[in-house]
Every structure is written in C-alpha cells, then in structure tokens.
Design a binder for this molecule. Structure first.
Ligand code: G3P
Length: 218
C-alpha cells in the first residue's frame, strides 16, 4: 500500500520525507487554510519536495469553474493531481479532465455507488473518507472493503482507492487489510506507525547490555 501524507504543512512534510517513505501528498481547502499562506506558494513548496502525486483541490462548485481552476493548479507543477468533489458537477469535470489525460482525485466519497461513479468518470483516484463515516456510526473500513470488491469485479475500472480521513494506526492496518491502494495519513498518525513500547524497551535492554561490555564497534 502506498503512503501519502495528508498535510499542507511543508515543515511536517519535509521532516517525514527524510525517511523517503512518502509516495505522495493530499491537500484540501481546510488544510490549506491552516497555513495562512497563498495556495500556489504552498503547492509549489510541496511539489519541490515531493516528486510523487500532489492533490490540489478546486473550490469552484460548477464544472466550468472547476475546469478553470484545474488549468491554473495544473500549471504549478507537473505532479499536481486535480482534486474534485464527488458531485454531479465534479463528475462532469472529472470526465473532461480524464479525457485530456489529466490526473484526478475525486474526493468526499461516502458510498460504493459514489465510488463507482467516480471510476466511471475516469478518476485516477477516489477518496473514501473513513473517519467521517465512523463519526456518524457507519463503518469506514467496511466501505473500503466493499469498494475493493466492486472494483475487483470489473477489471476495466482502473481507479485507485485512496483511503482518506484516517484518524489512527488501526485505520491504516484495516484499510491495508482491505486492499486499499493508498492511505493518506496525517503526520501525527505517520509517527505513531513505527512506534511500539516493546521496541523502546527492547532497545534499552540491548544498549544497557552492550554498554556493560565496554566495547565499541570501530
Ligand atoms: O484529505 C481529506 C481527509 O483526509 C480529511 O480528514 O480527519 O478532516 O476527516 P478528516
């Protein structure tokens, strides 16, 4: 499963990217708003750091407006992916952009039929929101399992499942088990993914034992 980072914060992104484990980035208008910087500046900085796909979301709600914004966003860098809302207008825009070979990420997906519509519109990625479904008492992971099953039934559907609204490491584990192609992970959750208390305890024991030998590896 590919790991994207769900952030618009260049400092956080650069820090995590020291691992070279970042396959891509997703942003959204709420994450951009937190930065207090111009959207183009933010996206340029991110695209200079990350060579994989970087999702940039349109804010127009009509197809024509979305296409206009897509043109502007696309000029920022060659790895920009146009993120569109899963609405009637968003699907129209997706179909047009896909026909031109422009990569798209259809976001705010909460059902299997929505995912199917995004795929039929030629979306490169569809983003089902796990945490927000859990918030209303539904199963976010269940949705990923269902979309995986449906997409696997129809080999002509090439759309990648990009699990979003990930809130914890358990979500990451479960969407990986369900066969999600990608998970977009908030920085805080990324840093929880490699930690384990037994790793810390075990390392301390090893180092204490090693130090008692007074040896050096040289
Ligand atoms: O990128 C969209 C998504 O990941 C939002 O997550 O936590 O605001 O539901 P959240």
């Amino acid at each position: 499963m590919k790991i994207y980072i769900d952030s618009s914060d260049i400092k956080e992104i650069k820090e995590i990217n020291k691992t070279k484990l970042v396959d891509g980035i997703t942003t959204n208008p709420s994450l951009i708003a937190k930065q207090n910087k111009n959207i183009k500046t933010i996206l340029k900085e991110i695209c200079n750091e990350i060579k994989g796909p970087v999702s940039a979301e349109v804010t127009a709600v009509d197809c024509e407006g979305m296409l206009k914004e897509a043109k502007i966003l696309k000029k920022i860098a060659k790895n920009i992916v146009i993120k569109l809302p899963l609405t009637f207008e968003g699907l129209k825009a997706c179909k047009e952009l896909s026909a031109k070979g422009i990569k798209t990420n259809v976001t705010l997906c909460f059902s299997v039929t929505q995912a199917l519509m995004a795929a039929k519109s030629g979306a490169t990625y569809v983003s089902p929101f796990i945490g927000r479904l859990d918030d209303i008492g539904k199963s976010g992971v269940g949705l990923i399992q269902d979309i995986r099953k449906v997409f696997d039934n129809y080999k002509d559907l090439k759309t990648k499942i990009l699990s979003a609204s990930i809130r914890n490491v358990d979500h990451v584990k479960e969407v990986a088990k369900a066969g999600s192609d990608i998970a977009t992970i908030p920085p805080k959750v990324f840093h929880e993914m490699y930690k384990h208390e037994l790793t810390d305890k075990g390392l301390k024991i090893f180092l204490d034992d090693w130090n008692s030998t007074n040896q050096k590896i040289s």
